[in-house]
Design a protein around this ligand. Structure first.
Ligand code: VGL
Ligand code: ZN
Length: 203
């Protein structure tokens, strides 16, 4: 069985959102079209408590984009985003929610970030996504969503490491690009790890 993973297609990552990804809205129609081709569709949702330690606002004198060490792990400091129950945390309203079978929330632990849809950044705890996929006998996953250089990348790397045949649809992803070249680098990294980068199955 094949599953489509919709990574963090949430208001805060769309233009106008708290952590807006350039052209982030353009992944929505791609996601909506791809959904029809997969028997199982799982959306991940970044779902932070209001005082999440990845927020620059929680560190005196620190600014968005700075990197700190948090519990021994490098952590980029982000603007407050995807706060639980906020409008910004909702899945994009243009996303066809009827086509989404399951939503997996992540980043809920105040102390640690979770870029991947599978595990927190230290691989301490599972989100339940792997178990969900295995329960449906999924062997293959395709990813689209946001952001190429963070949550899409780490989700795809975990998927391939867990043994899923993994592809990422290039038209269906956009990145933060904190530094120029980050998205290109992320794509190379995914490819080197065995993730198939595909143009699209839509044509
Ligand atoms: C993301 C930064 C912080 C993402 C989530 O969805 O790529 N990036 N939280
Ligand atoms: Zn986040």
């Amino acid at each position: 069985m094949k599953a489509l993973l919709l990574i963090d297609i949430q208001n805060d990552f769309l233009p106008g959102g708290a952590l807006a990804v350039s052209e982030g809205d353009q992944v929505v129609p791609i996601a909506n079209r791809l959904m029809e081709l997969f028997p199982l569709v799982v959306a991940t949702q970044d779902w932070h408590p209001g005082d999440h330690r990845s927020f620059a606002s929680q560190h005196d004198g620190r600014e968005v984009g700075e990197i700190i060490v948090l519990d021994g792990l490098e952590q980029v400091l982000w603007p407050d985003h995807c706060v639980q129950l906020s409008q910004g945390a909702n899945l994009a309203k243009e996303l066809n929610l009827n086509g989404v079978d399951h939503v997996i929330q992540k980043g809920t632990d105040v102390h640690i970030d979770s870029y991947s849809g599978f595990f927190d950044n230290d691989h301490r705890k599972s989100t339940g996504l792997e178990q969900l996929l295995r329960g449906h006998e999924v062997r293959e996953v395709q990813l689209v969503g946001l952001a190429t250089d963070y949550c899409v990348k780490f989700s795809a790397l975990d998927a391939v490491a867990l043994g899923f045949k993994t592809s990422v649809c290039l038209e269906g992803i956009r990145g933060v690009e904190l530094n120029a070249g980050d998205c290109e680098k992320a794509i190379q990294e995914m490819q080197s790890a065995g993730v198939e980068i595909i143009q699209s199955e839509l044509q």
